[in-house]
Design a protein around this ligand. Structure first.
Ligand SMILES: Cc1cc2nc3c(=O)[nH]c(=O)nc-3n(C[C@H](O)[C@H](O)[C@H](O)COP(=O)(O)OP(=O)(O)OC[C@H]3O[C@@H](n4cnc5c(N)ncnc54)[C@H](O)[C@@H]3O)c2cc1C
Length: 419
């Protein structure tokens, strides 16, 4: 009897694997298993429009019921998978049921990194249940501390400030977005937050929670070598990164580093021999994959973005259907904070030259990053046309020079190498 494909993880990667496998002609049974109660939904609004109350639950769905029916994808919700056996090709659910598979796709994503033993009202934000808990807690809150100056923390800080809360962002590094943005963009974002009422504490040291009978009342922290400060807080949001959900891959004897290691066709590798396994694939936040876009000539990278989850899953679906193709899409990402639409393309790492185009003072500009004279990334603020063009420039190859990039009269399209 044929068991077909089981996909573990019902989010961007999981849904796209199913869709792309069908597109590429996969005719067998497909089961999409998710630990969550809610059918696959858009995650980015959780820190933006959904937190602001501008979008409701119903409009977050990734695909309507018709998709699952037409594509014959059996959606199995509220079913965390706790066990996996490679030789027997089985998965075991938390309730002890056994699922057999012929092919397995791991799209298990990542979970929010948590702090140990925290008082009540110290929250993380990864899924819709977290967002609902935050929305509920925010109703009666007046002050919020966000721990971690990454994208999710900053988006939450912006949304909660717009809801009238007093927000302080506490970051251990000497700048915001240390892992994910160039220093120039990070400096701009810091100024923008301060100008819109967010207090920032950088170089944070000696962080501690204050509580009253287990309920958060505030945090204490020093800024560098400065004196300790006590900040009142009804809520703290911990935004200190994620932990990829690699446990099943480890049980299956697949190669795991800080994510599940896959090849360019999204096939998992045997942990001992390194052999690529055609029936075990993975996509999304959980993978570490080869990429020519990795900064500093690193051979592989792990990305946390909708673009990566979706584009890699397209290749994964095709691999399952027996089609060839390699994942090579240019990475891009976006973030909405206050009135600022940030769009980033490429992975500039630490560029050796950055030039602006547009008007920084008017919050409408792009930063073009170069390494060894070559364009490696573009950050745009309220310049969506630049972003779209930059994606094409990077994907096609470009001769753009820093002088051309900052010349407002230069037609960027003319620096495209091939269509
Ligand atoms: C608040 C927030 C805002 C964001 N904003 C942006 C943005 O603006 N732009 C952007 O590009 N990206 C953004 N991201 C990141 C983006 O949402 C992720 O990169 C994307 O969701 C990754 O998709 P994925 O399918 O790989 O994994 P995930 O979305 O992490 O989904 C994995 C799924 O697998 C399930 N699962 C895990 N283990 C098991 C198991 N053992 N059994 C069953 N199910 C399991 C999980 O419950 C989850 O439903 C944001 C993320 C968050 C949380």
């Amino acid at each position: 009897m044929s068991h077909g494909l089981v996909i573990v993880g019902g989010s961007y990667a999981g849904v796209q694997i199913a869709a792309s496998a069908r597109d590429a002609g996969y005719a067998g049974r497909i089961r999409l298993v998710s630990a969550e109660k809610t059918a696959p939904y858009h995650r980015p609004p959780l820190s933006k429009a959904y937190l602001l109350g501008k979008t409701e639950r119903e409009s977050l769905s990734l695909r309507g019921a018709a998709f699952y029916e037409q594509e014959r994808v059996e959606l199995i919700l509220e079913t965390p998978i706790h066990g996996a056996d490679r030789a027997g090709r089985t998965l075991t659910t938390a309730k002890g049921e056994v699922l057999h598979f012929d092919q397995l796709a791991l799209a298990t994503g990542a979970r929010a990194r948590a702090l140990p033993a925290t008082p009540d009202n110290v929250l993380t934000l990864r899924d819709i249940a977290d967002a609902d808990a935050l929305r509920e807690a925010a109703r009666s809150a007046t002050s919020v501390v966000v721990i971690g100056g990454g994208y999710i923390g900053l988006e939450a800080a912006a949304s909660l400030t717009q809801l009238g809360k007093r927000v302080t962002v506490v970051e251990m590094q000497d700048r915001l977005l240390a892992r994910a943005a160039t220093p120039v963009l990070a400096g701009f974002v810091a100024d923008a937050h301060r100008a819109r009422g967010v207090a920032l504490i950088l170089n944070a040291r000696g962080f501690e929670f204050d509580h009253d009978h287990g309920v958060l009342t505030g945090v204490r922290v020093r800024e560098g070598e400065g004196p300790e400060r006590a900040i009142a807080a009804d809520i703290a949001i911990v935004g200190i990164g994620v932990v990829p959900n690699v446990e099943l891959a480890m049980m299956l004897g697949l190669k795991v580093e800080d994510g599940i290691v896959v090849d360019a066709r999204a096939r998992c590798l045997d942990s001992t021999t390194g052999e690529a396994l055609a029936d075990f694939v993975a996509a999304g936040d959980v993978t570490r994959h080869p990429s020519r876009w990795a900064p500093n000539a690193a051979p592989t990278l792990r990305l946390e973005s909708v673009q990566n989850a979706t584009d890699q899953a397209r290749v994964t679906g095709a691999t399952l259907a027996g089609t060839t193709g390699a994942y090579d899409a240019v990475p891009w990402f976006w973030s909405d904070q206050f009135d600022l639409k940030l769009q980033m393309v490429g992975l500039p790492g630490v560029p050796d030259r950055t030039v602006p185009r547009g008007d920084m003072a008017a919050n409408r500009f792009s930063l073009f990053h170069f390494r060894a004279g070559k364009l490696v990334g573009v950050d745009s603020v309220n310049r969506p046309a630049d972003h779209m063009l930059a994606r094409r420039l990077l994907a096609s190859g470009t001769t753009l020079t820093p002088e051309q990039a900052q010349d407002a009269t230069f037609d960027l399209k003319s620096a495209m190498v091939s269509a």
